[in-house]
Write a protein that binds this ligand. Structure first.
Ligand SMILES: [Fe+2]
Ligand SMILES: [Fe+2]
Length: 314
C-alpha cells in the first residue's frame, strides 16, 4: 500500500515522466502539412458573396450517407478543441513540461479540424450550412469532463480516447472509399496514435508512482467511458449508424482500445495493491467480461440485420 498523494504531489512526481515523453514525442513526430491533403482544384464557390456560387446538393457528395455521418461526427469532435484544451489545462496546469505539452498537443489537434473541414468543403462531401450550424451549437455547448481538476482520471481518459479517435478516423477514411479522405484521415490517425502513446506512457508512470490511485482512476474511466463527441445532437442515432457500419463499435472499443492499453500497463499483474484498488481491479475485470457479451450480442444483431437486408436485395 502506498500513501495517497495530493494533486500537487502527483503533478510534481510525474513531471519528469512528462518531460521524458515530451522529448520522445518531439523526436518522433514528423512535420506534416494539412493543406497538402486537400483537393483544392476540386473546389467551387458557394453562393452568398460570389455570383458564380453553386449551392450544395447531396448529389455532389461522392461519399455514402453513413460515411457523411461519420465524417461530420469526427469533425465536430475535433472542432470542440477549445473545450478539451480548457479541461486539460485545468487538470494539468501550465507549469514546466506539463504546460509545454498542452501547447504542443493543442497545436497538433488544431490542424485536424482545419484539414477535415477543408477537405469536406472542397469535395462537397457534406452540407456546409448544416455543418456550420452544428459547429456553432456543439461548441457553444462545449465539453465538460466529469474529472475536472483530477489529473489521474484525465490522463486515464485520454489514453483510451486518443486511441478510440485514431481508430475512428482510420476506419472512417477507409469507409468513405474516397482516396483523399482516406489519406488525410490516415495521416491524422498517426497524430492520434502518438498522442495515445504519450498519455499511455504517462499513465504507466502514474501506476508506478501511485498504483492504488491510478487503478481506481482507470476503473472509473473505463466504467463510464463516453466519446468526447457524445454531446453532439443525435449522437446516439449517429453512433449506432457508425457501429452498424463497423467503423466504431463495442467490439472495437473492448478489443482494440480498452484491452491493449490495459495490457500495456500490465494492470492485471500489479502486486501489493490496497484493498480498495484490488476491488476496483476486480470490478474492471467484471466490466470487461460484461462488455464481451454486450459486444457479441451487438455483432449477432448486426449480422442478422445484414442478412435480412441482403435477402431483400436478392
Ligand atoms: Fe484530433
Ligand atoms: Fe489526439
Amino acid at each position: 500500500m502506498t500513501p495517497e498523494l495530493t494533486q500537487r504531489q502527483l503533478l510534481e512526481e510525474l513531471e519528469p515522466a512528462v518531460a521524458k515523453e515530451l522529448d520522445r514525442h518531439l523526436a518522433i513526430a514528423k512535420e506534416w502539412m494539412p493543406h497538402e491533403y486537400v483537393p483544392w482544384t476540386e473546389g467551387r464557390n458557394f453562393p452568398g458573396v460570389f455570383e458564380d456560387g453553386v449551392p450544395w446538393d447531396v448529389t455532389q457528395s461522392k461519399v455514402s450517407d453513413t460515411a457523411r455521418t461519420a465524417l461530420v461526427v469526427n469533425l465536430l469532435t475535433e472542432d470542440n478543441l477549445p473545450s478539451y484544451h480548457r479541461e486539460i489545462y485545468q487538470s494539468f496546469g501550465p507549469e514546466g513540461a506539463w504546460g509545454t505539452w498542452i501547447g504542443r498537443w493543442t497545436a497538433e489537434e488544431g490542424r485536424h479540424g482545419m484539414a477535415i473541414r477543408d477537405y469536406l468543403l472542397t469535395s462537397r462531401a457534406v452540407d456546409p450550412d448544416a455543418l456550420e450550424r452544428e459547429r456553432i451549437a456543439h461548441m457553444t455547448q462545449g465539453f465538460q469532463s466529469p474529472y475536472e481538476l483530477d489529473m489521474l482520471h484525465t490522463v486515464a481518459y485520454v489514453s483510451f480516447q486518443e486511441l478510440a479517435t485514431r481508430i475512428s478516423h482510420r476506419n472512417t477514411g477507409k469507409y468513405t472509399e474516397d482516396p483523399f479522405a482516406d489519406q488525410l484521415l490516415a495521416r491524422i490517425s498517426v497524430d492520434e496514435n502518438l498522442h495515445m502513446v504519450f498519455y499511455r506512457n504517462l499513465m504507466a508512470a502514474a501506476l508506478d508512482v501511485a498504483p492504488d490511485q491510478a487503478v481506481v482512476a482507470v476503473r472509473d474511466v473505463v466504467q463510464s467511458f463516453e466519446m468526447p463527441g457524445s454531446t453532439i445532437e443525435g449522437f446516439t442515432r449517429r453512433s449506432l449508424k457508425i457501429a452498424m457500419a463497423g467503423i466504431y463499435d463495442l467490439r472495437i472499443h473492448r478489443d482494440e482500445v480498452l484491452s491493449p492499453v490495459m495490457r500495456h500497463w500490465k494492470l492485471f499483474e500489479l502486486e501489493g495493491l490496497s484493498p480498495e484498488a484490488e476491488q476496483a481491479r476486480e470490478q474492471l475485470g467484471t466490466f470487461l467480461e460484461q462488455l464481451e457479451s454486450r459486444a457479441a450480442r451487438f455483432e449477432e444483431k448486426r449480422a442478422a440485420q445484414q442478412a435480412r437486408r441482403a435477402a431483400r436485395q436478392q
